[in-house]
Design a protein around this ligand. Sequence first.
Ligand code: IMP
Ligand code: MG
Length: 173
Amino acid sequence: MIHKISEYISEEKLDKRIREIAAEISKDYAKKEIRLVCILKGSIFYTCELAKRLTVPVTLDFMSVSSYGSGTESSGDIKIKKDLDESIEGLDVIVVEDIIDSGNTLSKLIPMLKDRNPASIKVTTLLDKPDRREVDMNVDYVGFEIEDKFVVGYGLDYDQSYRDLPYIGIVEL
Ligand code: IMP
Ligand code: MG
């Protein structure tokens, strides 16, 4: 697919903000070890960039979930397409998301992960669209709050395309 894409958040701005979040998390988790849980596929870029900048020990695991229902709106229920490889019992977990929109996905996922008895669980998201929120969600570390616009790049897709862009862009449809 080829669309005209306009830059919305530059690579430099993303880099600077991820550094800030990494510093904040590294301070909050001093003397601890973090299990980063990357929610595939969208969070893969943010997870890598964040992990590289953390100064505390980190391990990684990956999970893929999808919401039931059709269209671009996410519905109430989620399905685990790929589960974590390892147990998170007793670990300090940070779930890494690309974007929080309605909040439906995370509001279902977090209780599921809490049932596995991690020592603690927090959430970081690169992007947040607070205007779209349908369920109240506590997000601990937010990269950028954005307007209600459909964005791509840095892991985020439009029909699986444009994940590879090094910046966040808006597709001109
Ligand atoms: P929600 O918070 O459950 O509504 O869903 C969040 C998920 O919807 C994200 O993890 C993305 O996969 C997808 N999503 C929401 N907004 C966008 C967008 O602007 N661009 C690309 N994907 C999006
Ligand atoms: Mg996603």
